[in-house]
Design a protein around this ligand. Sequence first.
Ligand SMILES: Cc1ncc(COP(=O)(O)O)c(C=O)c1O
Length: 357
Amino acid sequence: MMYKVQNLIRSNIIQLRPYSSARSEFSGTASVFLDANENGHDLFGEALNRYPDPLQLVVKQRIAKLKGVPIESIFLGNGSDEAIDLLFRIFCEPGVDEAITCPPTYGMYRVQADIHGTPIRHVLLTEDFQLRPQAVLEAATPNSKLLFLCSPNNPTGNLLDPTAIEFLLRNFPGIVVVDEAYIDFAEGAKSCSQHLAEFPKLVVLQTLSKAWALAGARLGMAFASAEIIHYMNAVKYPYNVGLPTQRTVLSALETGLDGSVATIIGERKKLETELAKLDLVERIYPSDANFLLVKMRDSTLIFNYLKQNGVVVRDRSREPLCEGCLRITVGTQQENDRLLELLADFNPSVIQSSNPS
Ligand SMILES: Cc1ncc(COP(=O)(O)O)c(C=O)c1O
């Protein structure tokens, strides 16, 4: 049974009378603002005494041009994690509605489900980290409101097969969220955001935290039908993206990426080649992202050894299908060289003595 968006939204959200902020009630020109209980004195400069535009229209205009997505299909938030949170609030009645994820995948889908009291069903990826679309449909119930697909997937690094995504967009009864946080590192990959008109229940997530080097600024994007974006704006905090972030993002988008993605992809290839030469590396999974999932002979020991030497990677060895795996971010050339140097210096006899089998 396929549902329309309206039938998937919680009834209290449909009936919600959203908070109407002072700044969203006035759109003309004025020079005296006595409507928002701000401090009229610009004590610290840069007009930070005033609330920011709640709908971030100037930033959205720029992002609309960059991404080829109409403004009414864009939501901006405090990282894409905010968008994930809002989707649970809008679509999942606590304790009743369900979400589906495809592990191993980004941990926040499960955390948000737990926060919202949303039961979650896990449909494992295949051994080569691809979707099992038929199994996803079999796991779906009439209460399955959200399906999270991550492409390129974290922590595995690979793009999901677009035909499997399309199959689920056509057949999954609820909302399909395609998280494209790492899409800028996937050479030649096409964003699902170009198919919004065809799939009204599609939500695409992107972020400026990865390729755009703005993780500290906090700006995430959701692209979806105007109907879904309307509800995201109704449920969000009124001023969810601060003025410093809006300004930083505008100037960064003006400047551009300046070859940094190509540099990271080059470093990723170098890391793959160099890691493959090491005895302690069992397998390097192909990556379309800015990290590598690497199976190591004694991953926990190596994880601790790197940490003791000031290099932090992510131990993913307890994730399903990721036994013995570390997730290694592709850093700057110096960072990557330090990692390789430490791994080359690692004494393999230490691994053998801790792993007698
Ligand atoms: C797949 C995926 N989605 C979303 C996020 C969150 O990004 P943001 O910084 O925009 O909240 C991350 C961060 O690691 C991620 O890996």
